[in-house]
Structures are given as C-alpha cells and as structure tokens.
Design a protein around this ligand. Structure first.
Ligand code: ATP
Ligand code: MG
Length: 413
C-alpha cells in the first residue's frame, strides 16, 4: 500500500459549488472592470524578491515572514508573489507613457501564514489599479467600483466600508516620531511583535491585532492631527464624491493597512462578523511605490479582494438552465463509430454524455437519475434496423428514426 499524498498545508482545491462561486465572482468583476474601461493584465507568479522587499517593505509581516523565496540556481532570489500590486507597478514603471493606465488582474497569491478559515497559503485575489492619476477622482472611482461589485454579487448590507487618510510619507514620518515617543513609555505593556516594531516600523503597530495593543493605541496621538491642509483637502474630495454618489462609509482614523507603500486614502471593506478574517477587500493610494522600485515617480491607487473570503459569503442566484441535456446511450460502443454519433451531437448547443451498457434498463435508470432531458438510444434492435430511438424524458414521448433521416436539432427542443 502506498501512502496518500496530501495537499500542501494551507492550500485547497477549488471544485463544485465553490468553483461556481469563484467563476460567478470573476464574471461580475470582469464585467464591472470593463464597464469602467479597465484592461486586463496577467503578470508572472514568480518575481524578483527585491520587488517586494523594496515595494511592500522589509519590515512588513508579508516580506519578513511570509514569502516563499528561493535561489534560482544560485542566481537571483526569486519569490512567489504575495500580492499583485507590486508586479503591476513594475510593469507600469517600464511601460507607462502618459494619462491613465487602468488595469485589472486576478490570480493566486502566496503567503506563508498560519492557515485558518479564510486564511490560506495559496489564495486568489482580484485586483484593480489606476496608475498615473494624482487626483482624488481615482480614489473615489476604485472605491465606487468595489462597492458596486460587492453589491452586484449579492452582498448589499453585508459589509461596511472603512476609510482613512494616512497623508504623505513625510506626514507619516512626523507622526511616527510622535507615536514612538508615546509608545516608548508603554513599551513593556505592548505585545512582543509590537515591541519589535517599535524601533523599526512604529506605524505598523497601529495595525496590531492584539487586543491589549489596541487599548493602548486608542489613547495614542492620531495621524490626522499631522495631516497638512493639502492632504485634508484631498481626503475631503474623496469623501464628497462618495457621499454624493450614495456610497456609505465610516471614517476610521486607526486604519493604516499592512503594507508600507500606501499614502493618502486607505480603505477596507469588512463584514460584520467578529473574526480576524473579516476584511474582504482592501486597498489604498500608493504614490511612492513606483519610485521605490524604479527611477520613475508615478502615482497609483488600487485594491485587492480575497476571492476565497467572498466565496464564503455569496450565494449564486438560480439561473434557468436553457441548454438541453442528452444521454447518448448505446448497448455496444461500436455503434458510436458506425453512426458517427459524436460528430452529430457535438454540433448542437447541448450538454451530453456517452454511456454504454448491455442492459438497456440501466441506461434509462441512469438518464432519469441524472435528470437528462433526452436519451438517444441505440440498442441491438435499433442497430440492426439502422435506426435510433430518441426519447423526450420529460414528456415521456419517444420516436424511432432511421439514422439516415435523423435531424437531431429538430428532435432536441
Ligand atoms: P488580513 O488583515 O486579513 O491579513 P491583509 O491586510 O494582509 O489581510 P491584503 O494584503 O490587503 O490583506 O490583501 C487584500 C485581501 O486579500 C484581504 O482583504 C483578504 O480578503 C485577502 N487575503 C489576504 N491574505 C489572505 C490569505 N492568507 N488567505 C485568503 N485571503 C487573503
Ligand atoms: Mg495579512
């Protein structure tokens, strides 16, 4: 006996109703992306490790702990992408000319996290990005698309939208200093992870999921007190557009997101469930990202949603099945080639399957059990008279037809 080979920890197969939901989400996502004039891009799954070290940031959990990195035959360090935005930014750095570059993508991402419901090591995301626009209209547009996508897949009233402005890099640095001074005094009370971050990346502490850390953070100085008039005006512009278009949101001045490259608008769509995996879609503006990974400086904004988390929430509306189904049932497989049955049936817009069994009764039972609309039967008797039986299983009507006279499209309606 050989041992079974199991899935790699934190991975899963997508089949059956989950895969139907995956396709349903993707179809809605592609439709809305197209409506707003986004173009599809597929970037590689492997990238240079340096892309994420410089883009996402060395001190983030993603880069410091969760990347699947390896030496490519002793040459450069390669990794499985943990997210899609950096790859798109790399593309834009090389290919952006002028105006707006509006792109959407989807596919698998890899993070070596502790697997839980809604948290996997290989998971799928959908992403949209607008590169090249520094006006707040684009912040509004990507949030508007996210909101409408979630509504279009039946999640109306099942999520809340949290937004914040985290200002410019400079404002973040000033705030960071003040936060550092505040937290330094309470260092002993912070979680181990936050203590490590205190010296190297203070701002990330706001992102802590530790409850005690959160209590301390609640009394800390706020980032918004450090925003310039210009940053506040920008934020106001986004909020006004959202308000005027009926997109409801909650301002959350602790929202900073887990990646280093964000500036100005940051947002998350969360369900009302009280669990850590309740963020279904998240994003923000990344005006500095492209300058971190290239010699160019081009603004951008975008978001990503976890498809597996959406799959757990959606139910697909019942669609009437229009395609008829037909069971090609033969007593002997030779009859198929004699009658060239597959050539005949594959020309029609039907769903079909071939079954061979010496016992005709079993063929009928199979057709009934699997809810076929029609059965096309060739038994010994039919074959000897060069004919075929077509039975409408719903109406319980059947006909025997000479194979030379058979017009299947006429029978299958
Ligand atoms: P979280 O706080 O849940 O770890 P994140 O801030 O790390 O999420 P992002 O990097 O912003 O997530 O990715 C965007 C979305 O991708 C998340 O909102 C979530 O829906 C999904 N996602 C992130 N990590 C995972 C994972 N390990 N498994 C499944 N989905 C994930
Ligand atoms: Mg995470």
């Amino acid at each position: 006996m050989k041992n079974n080979i199991n899935l790699v920890k934190g991975t899963h197969d997508l089949v059956g109703s989950d895969l139907e939901k995956y396709n349903y989400i993707l179809e809605n996502f592609k439709n809305i992306s197209d409506k707003f004039s986004f173009k599809e891009i597929i970037t590689p799954i492997i990238e240079q490790e340096e892309l994420f070290v410089r883009g996402v940031g060395e001190m983030t959990d993603i880069v410091s702990k969760e990347m699947y990195t390896f030496f490519d035959q002793g040459e450069k360090k390669i990794c499985l992408r943990p997210e899609a935005t950096s790859g798109i930014a790399r593309f834009a750095a090389a290919n952006y000319e002028s105006g707006f570059m509006k792109l959407f993508t989807y596919g698998p991402m890899f993070r070596r996290e502790r697997p839980q419901k809604g948290r996997y090591r290989q998971f799928n995301q959908i992403n949209i990005e607008i590169i090249g626009d520094e006006s707040f209209y684009s912040d509004f547009e990507v949030i508007y698309i996210a909101y409408n996508l979630l509504e279009s897949i039946g999640l109306k009233n099942k999520f809340k939208l949290l937004i914040n402005s985290i200002g410019t890099k400079e404002e973040q640095i000033n705030y960071s200093k003040s936060l550092y001074e505040f937290l330094k005094l309470k260092k002993d009370q912070l979680s181990e992870v936050s203590q490590q971050r205190l010296e190297k990346n203070t701002l990330r502490i706001l992102d802590s999921k530790d409850l005690n850390d959160q209590l301390i953070i609640n009394t800390a100085p706020r980032l918004k007190e450090f925003l310039s008039i210009k940053s506040l005006d920008f934020y106001k512009g986004v909020k006004e557009l959202l308000n005027s278009h009926g997109v409801e949101f909650i301002e959350d001045d602790l929202l900073v997101r887990g990646l280093d490259y964000y500036s100005h608008t940051a947002f998350e769509f969360q369900t009302y469930e009280d669990k850590r995996q309740n963020t279904i879609l998240a994003g923000g503006r990344y005006d500095d990202l492209i300058s971190l990974i290239s010699s160019r400086n081009i603004p951008g904004i975008g978001w990503a949603a976890g498809i597996e988390r959406l799959i757990d929430l959606v139910s697909i509306p019942e669609k009437p099945i229009i395609k008829k189904s037909i069971l090609i049932a033969v007593q002997n497989l030779n009859y198929i080639s004699e009658y060239k049955l597959i050539n005949i049936v594959s020309k029609l817009d039907v769903r079909f399957e071939v079954k061979s069994n010496n016992n005709i009764k079993k063929l009928f039972t199979y057709a009934d059990k699997n809810n076929y609309d029609f059965i096309a039967l060739v038994g010994e008797e039919e074959f000897s008279s060069s004919s075929i039986v077509i039975k409408n299983l719903k109406l319980k009507e059947q006909k025997k037809i000479l194979i030379k006279d058979l017009d299947l499209s006429n029978e299958i309606r």
